[in-house]
Design a protein around this ligand. Structure first.
Ligand code: MN
Length: 540
């Protein structure tokens, strides 16, 4: 364990080295640069080339941290490529939303962070009306339900950028923002765009023989947002991002917008006062610290660290210098060891941190995980405009509003968890569930369900399903599982999709977390179907 703590100390060395990546902000013109995720280059270029031909583009994106960062990346890339566009957000890309998109009259529509799973309906509406271009990472419609071209059993029309079609894991290795980032890289500098290799070499001089700077930008600065999207979609596992996501991280470091290092794996390193940082850290339970305010104060007072700033407020982890960080981290590990926390869990106290190098120290925007939390808060309260504003660099109005939404969100979450824990859940044979009616917003009922798992009477050995009213006709269902259930065969995306369709609704998502909409009054039938589907998955 000592090595992990030492590597926190080494972090600053690593940081200063990566900062020299700023040298790369001049585009390489010697053909040394390769496309970040080569398997997706062809798809990214096909989509980018089609966008270059468009007179105007409607950009439609999902409303969550990944969808907002996807939209911000795509919007920035379109803007830089001087392609006129307009942005709309949808919570769910259902038939009504697609009909609304068709009605705007745009002849090119770019879908980000959704679209693959709705290709059947999109194609139906698009035919003779608009060209759909999709940058997504969700499971595409199956070939059986799609009249057009297919790949490996998936619907696969002409302009379709999705990692799953090239054998890259869309749940763990590339997010919607990552797919949008690859599209942005392919959109750089006009025709052919993207990678500065010989094939695409152009005369980079204007009529006066001066270098034409419009041809000399690259979009690697957008890698920081792509990492926020991936982290927001929970793609970091075992403490770091993997696969295609790693390639994007590398580009962000080279471009000087990202710094990575080994750091304490606690949430809130930029903004939480030190005592709260430790007290609220519940991923790894440390007796005497986790959830123990008094224990935390005793622990901190025993260290040789100034805990307060000059004005008497608590310092944050981000405000500590390297030596102080090491003192605190070592003491934390010693405490964990002395209280018998197993080594495997102690290792989880340390993880790779993704720091947005250009954001100020102490801002939630500096930490990919805190940034994504802020975005999710704007999304859950239907303020995609605020979230997009923050991503696009609006630091006055949008950031202030986003912070207000986040504090409101935290209050709603704690009230929701209290409600569920007090009233309890109903256990079926293979699932557990509760119905919040209108007492918990449908946009946060899933996260409440996930956070309540493990509380008294709410088991972690079966998935939890949570209902909340959506409108007069429909109920939203959110489901959460655990990674260990997924390892045993659980796929909540399939469960919610199939069970919802059996009662005239629809749903999908990911194996560990999924959502559905069902007609009111069908909850019981839906639950019965879901219970059986979960049984089948866990037994096979
Ligand atoms: Mn996503």
């Amino acid at each position: 364990m000592g090595s992990a703590v030492e590597s926190i100390a080494r972090k600053s060395v690593h940081d200063s080295r990566t900062r020299s990546g700023a040298l790369y902000s001049k585009p390489a013109q010697n053909g040394s640069m390769v496309f970040p995720v080569p398997a997706l280059e062809g798809r990214a270029r096909r989509c980018a080339d089609r966008l270059q031909e468009a007179e105007g583009v409607l950009l439609a994106s999902h409303i969550d941290a990944d969808g907002l960062t996807s939209a911000a990346i795509a919007a920035s890339a379109l803007e830089r490529a001087e392609i006129p566009f307009e942005t709309v957000f949808e919570k769910q890309l259902d038939e009504a939303a697609i009909a609304g998109i068709e009605a705007t009259g745009y002849d090119t529509v770019l879908f980000t962070d959704f679209g693959s799973g709705q290709l059947d309906v999109i194609t139906e509406y698009a035919t003779g009306s608009f060209t759909p271009i999709i940058a997504d990472h969700h499971q595409p419609v199956s070939a059986a339900d799609f009249p057009g071209p297919t790949t490996d059993g998936y619907a696969d029309p002409t302009y379709h950028l999705n990692p799953l079609l090239e054998g890259i894991n869309g749940a763990a290795e590339l997010s919607g923002a990552g797919a949008s980032y690859l599209l942005a890289r392919a959109l750089e500098r006009g025709e052919g765009g993207g990678v500065h290799d010989d094939r695409n070499k152009r005369d980079n001089h204007d009529a006066h023989g001066n270098p034409d700077n419009r041809d000399n930008y690259d979009n690697r600065d957008l890698a920081a947002l792509a990492v926020v999207g991936a982290v927001g979609d929970m793609q970091a596992s075992s403490g770091e991002l993997h696969g295609a996501n790693e390639d994007i991280v590398t580009e962000g470091v080279e471009a000087g917008v990202l710094e990575t290092g080994t750091d304490l794996a606690l949430y809130g390193k930029q903004t939480r006062p030190l005592p709260k940082l430790l007290e609220y850290a519940t991923d790894v339970q440390i007796p005497g610290i986790s959830g123990n305010a008094r224990g935390v104060h005793r622990f901190l007072e025993g260290l040789d660290i100034d805990l307060e700033t000059d004005d008497g407020s608590w310092r944050t982890w981000a405000a500590l210098d390297t030596e102080e960080k090491q003192i605190l981290a070592s003491a934390l590990v010693r405490q964990a060891v002395s209280k018998g926390v197993p080594a495997g869990k102690i290792d989880r106290l340390v993880a790779t941190s993704y720091v947005l190098a250009e954001e100020p120290v102490g801002s939630e925007l500096r930490d990919a995980s805190e940034f994504s939390t802020l975005l999710n808060a704007t999304a859950r309260y239907d303020r995609a405009d605020v979230g997009l504003g923050v991503c696009l660099g609006n630091r006055a109005g949008a950031l202030t509003q986003a912070r207000q939404l986040l504090s409101e969100h935290r209050r709603n979450l704690s009230e929701g968890i209290e409600l569920v824990t007090e009233e309890g859940v109903t256990h079926e044979s293979h699932i557990q569930w509760f119905h919040a009616g209108d007492r918990i917003r449908e946009t946060i009922v899933g996260i409440v369900a996930g956070m309540a798992m493990g509380n008294a009477g709410i088991s972690r050995d079966r998935p939890i399903l949570a209902f909340a009213d959506k409108n007069d006709e429909e109920v939203k269902v959110s489901a959460r599982g655990t990674h260990s259930l997924v390892r045993n065969g659980l796929d909540l995306s399939a469960v919610l999709g199939e069970a919802a369709r059996s009662v005239g609704g629809d749903g999908g998502g990911h194996d560990v977390a999924a959502g559905a909409t069902v007609p009111r009054g069908q909850e019981e039938v839906f639950l019965e179907a879901a219970d059986q589907l979960v049984r089948d998955q866990l037994e096979s």
